[in-house]
Every structure is written in structure tokens, then in C-alpha cells.
Design a protein around this ligand. Structure first.
Ligand code: UDX
Length: 438
């Protein structure tokens, strides 16, 4: 099948590459000439595990191409994926100007039947808006608009794409349903479903999924905070409730709040969408409030420890990315922690395996960056853990005892066993578990 993918951001790039991998011919189009030239030379513009191998292979085998010309990209394509940004407006609603702009352009250049697919996360009713934009210049016989949200996790995007839990396809056209069903067949051979539904339900499915997951995490964060007040252990509570199959074990890990490019944006957009339609999503307003507070919950703990004065204290910071296996720092709790610690006059020495360049460009020399985990702790008065990278899971505690000014850890990701930390004589303050005073 011939496919065009408009937009080579995270979603577009993974989508295009993975469709090429199963034998389709994919042309990706982007307005950024510099980026297109780099991709033509085999440079993947984002960090995502396994993507580079697939990217290189499919370019070499001629199934994956790049261009800046929308016209060239769509000429032979039967399906056109729109994978364009939908950044939040000032008021939190999703900005559709990129998508509607391209829909308008497409309406002027399409000459034979195409399936136009909204891959970006878009509010309910967007498929209708895209249809209207196309129909302004194009006969409705020559296109169908489909909503096909992605459920890719950063760090696992290739795997999630090639072996999805489910594929959601929203369309009221039988013709488009057949085209999309054929395209996705190779990805659901293991028996996971392709769920066909109307466009609006598909659009809402994406927001509902992300908002539900964000709510689940936030609920656990509040339970963890309460555990600290009453002296309960959130790990036990987590296992206790997660064994109920209606609740499930996954996504119950408390921490310093969710971040990333999806959850914060989507929860906000769904809440905003609700208000537009006269529905007040009270639960989402609370989720956003609680998460904002959770991102800095560790700072008052640090201040308490240092009796309110962080001036002249050196804090080692392990982890900057919003989660492991990505260089993405969007809405990362680490940034909130950095801001507050700097305000308090602390010196920060940070290490992250992938995200340091991104943070450097924001903070310059306000933060000291080091090239490995163990250099960060030298002469530190405390260590703060903000991201659960594997490399932080099994540190050399003897080295820490030797190199740090004192054995003090504030762990925002609950990486270590509290009993073990007690035995090692550390002050260890984690989320929702007993405080180990060292
Ligand atoms: C998410 C969705 O999982 C994906 O389906 C959607 O398409 C895009 O948004 P992603 O943003 O890559 O993916 O991250 P994810 O792994 O889901 O984690 C989101 C946030 O929740 C991270 O900040 C993570 O640290 C946090 N989290 C996750 C917790 O705090 N506790 C958990 O138990 C799980």
C-alpha cells in the first residue's frame, strides 16, 4: 500500500517507519527542509529505542522516503496520515491550525480517492472540521476522513506500534473501513482487536485512555502522600489493591507526578473540551491540581531536612527526562525541582543518560552537568532521584558513603528497599513509605 505521512514529529516518524517495516511504501513529508535532508541521509531526529534500525533498513530498501513537497508525497498515496502537532492554546484547548491548514491544502491538490487519517490527538469533532476543510475545495466522493488515534508510549513506541493492544479506527465509511482494516491486519495477527467505531468515539477514546491513566497515577500519588501521614507503606497498599483484577497491577506506581508530552496536554484538553460542551470534568481539574503539587513534593522534604536553608548546599540530581528511555523533558518533574532548588539557593549537579543536552539548552550554567552517575554525587549534601533509569537502580552505596558529604537520599521514584537503606545507615526519604532516618 502507498502511504503518505504528513508531519515527521514523534508520532509521524514512528508511524511512517513502522508502516514501511511491513512492506508498505511510505513517503513522509515535513516543512522543515533541514530535518528532511538529515532524514534522507539516515539521521533519525529523535531518540527512540529500535527506531534507528528500522529507519535505516527501510530507507535502504527504498520503502521509506522523505520530501518537503506535499504534492509529491500524496501523488500515489491511497492513505494520508496527518501526524501534526496539536499544542495547547493559551486556554488549554488543542490548537488545530496545523491540521486544518494541511486539510485545506490537501483539498486543493487531491485528484483521486484518498483516505485522510487523523493520527494526532485531537478533540471530539475534529474529523468533522477536517471534512469541512477538505470539502471546501474537493468533492466528498474523493475522500473519507478517519480518526485513528495512537497509543504509543515513548521508549516503547516501536513495540507498541508493531504489537498494539488494540487498534482504534473511527469511520462511518465502509470503503475507508476496508482500506484501514487491510493496512492494520499485519499488526494484529496475535489476536488483539481492531475496534471500529464512529469518528467522535475514536477521538474521545484517546483522551479518555490518557486521562484515565493520569487519574490512576494521581490517585496512587494521593494514597502515597496519605501513607506518609499515617505510617503505612504504599508498596503494600499497591500490591494489595493491584491484585484485584478490576484494578490491575500496572500504572499504580506513585512518584513525583506524571509528565511528558501526552498526559498533561490531554488531561487539560479534555477538561477544556468538557467546558466547551457545558460539562464540568471535576475529576480532571483535581487530577491537574494534585499533579502540579506532586511534582515538587520532594522540595519541602529537602528543606525540612536542611532546617529551611538550602543556601550553599550541593544537591546531586539523578534523572532529568520525564521518564526513563527518552530524552524528552517536557513537563518533567525534574525541571520543577530544579527551579525550586535554584530559587532556594542550592547548587545542582545533574546527570541523565539521554536528556542532558535538552536541559542544558534551557538552564545553561545555572546547573552543573556531569557525564556519569557517580561523578554527580561527589561532595553532595544530598542526592535527589527524579527518573527511574535502570542505571540508578543498583548504585555503589559504598562509593556514595565515601564520596557524599553525608548519606542522604530523596528518592522520587522509590528505587531502593527501605530495609536495606536502614541497614546501610542512609537517611532515605521516598514516596509513601517509611522514612529511614539513617
Ligand atoms: C502515554 C500513554 O501511555 C500512551 O498510550 C500515549 O499514547 C501517550 O502518553 P508516555 O507519555 O510515553 O505515554 O508515558 P507513560 O509511560 O505512559 O508514562 C506517563 C507518565 O506517567 C510518566 O511521567 C511516568 O513517570 C508516569 N507514571 C507512569 C507514574 O508516575 N506511575 C506509573 O505507575 C506509571
Amino acid at each position: 500500500m502507498k502511504i503518505a505521512v504528513v508531519g515527521t514529529g514523534y508520532v509521524g516518524l514512528v508511524t511512517g517507519t513502522c508502516f514501511a517495516e511491513t512492506g508498505n511504501h511510505v513517503v513522509c513529508v515535513d516543512i522543515d527542509e533541514n530535518k528532511v535532508n538529515k532524514m534522507k541521509n539516515g539521521v533519525v531526529p529523535i531518540y527512540e529505542p529500535h527506531l534507528d534500525v528500522l529507519f535505516e533498513r527501510n530507507i535502504k530498501q527504498g520503502r521509506l522516503e522523505f520530501t518537503t513537497s506535499l504534492n509529491d508525497a500524496i501523488k500515489d498515496a491511497k492513505i494520508i496520515f496527518l501526524a501534526l502537532p496539536t499544542p495547547p492554546d493559551e486556554d488549554g484547548s488543542a490548537d488545530l491550525s496545523y491540521i486544518l491548514g494541511v486539510a485545506d491544502d490537501l483539498g486543493k491538490i487531491i485528484t483521486d480517492y484518498k483516505v485522510i487519517v487523523d493520527k494526532s490527538t485531537v478533540p471530539v469533532g475534529t474529523a468533522d472540521k477536517v471534512t469541512a476543510a477538505l470539502a471546501a475545495n474537493l468533492s466528498t466522493d474523493l475522500f473519507d476522513v478517519v480518526s485513528n488515534p495512537e497509543f504509543l508510549r515513548e521508549g516503547y513506541a516501536v513495540d507498541d506500534f508493531l504489537k498494539p493492544d488494540r487498534v482504534v479506527i473511527g469511520t462511518s465509511s465502509e470503503k475507508a473501513k476496508k482500506v484501514m482494516g487491510d493496512l492494520y491486519k499485519p499488526y494484529v495477527r496475535q489476536g488483539n482487536p481492531i475496534i471500529f467505531m464512529d469518528e467522535k468515539s475514536a477521538e474521545l477514546t484517546k483522551y479518555a485512555a490518557n486521562s484515565f491513566l493520569a487519574t490512576k497515577i494521581t490517585f496512587m500519588n494521593e494514597i502515597a502522600n496519605f501513607c506518609e501521614k499515617v505510617g503505612a507503606d504504599v508498596d503494600m497498599v499497591r500490591i494489595g489493591i493491584g491484585s484485584d483484577s478490576r484494578i490491575g497491577k500496572r500504572f499504580l506506581f506513585p512518584g513525583i507526578g506524571y509528565g511528558g508530552s501526552c498526559f498533561p496536554k490531554d488531561v487539560q484538553a479534555l477538561a477544556k473540551s468538557g467546558k466547551e460542551f457545558g460539562y464540568d470534568f471535576q475529576i480532571l481539574d483535581s487530577v491537574m491540581d494534585v499533579n502540579e503539587k506532586q511534582k515538587t513534593i520532594i522540595v519541602p522534604k529537602i528543606k525540612d531536612f536542611f532546617k529551611g536553608d538550602l543556601k550553599g548546599k550541593t544537591i546531586a540530581l539523578w534523572g532529568l527526562a520525564f521518564k526513563p528511555d527518552t530524552d524528552d523533558i517536557r513537563e518533567a518533574p525534574a525541571l520543577y525541582i530544579i527551579n525550586e532548588l535554584l530559587e532556594e539557593g542550592a547548587t545542582i549537579v545533574a546527570f541523565d543518560p539521554e536528556a542532558m543536552e535538552n536541559v542544558k539548552s534551557k538552564y545553561g550554567d545555572k546547573v552543573t552537568f556531569v557525564e556519569d552517575r557517580d561523578s554527580a554525587i561527589v561532595n553532595a549534601d544530598a542526592l535527589v532521584i527524579a527518573t527511574e533509569w535502570q542505571v540508578f537502580r543498583n548504585p555503589d552505596f559504598d562509593l556514595m558513603a565515601e564520596k557524599m558529604n553525608q548519606k542522604v537520599i530523596f528518592d522520587g521514584r522509590n528505587l531502593y528497599d527501605t530495609q536495606e537503606m536502614k541497614e546501610l545507615g542512609f537517611y532515605y526519604n521516598s514516596i509513601g513509605r517509611i522514612l529511614v532516618r539513617g
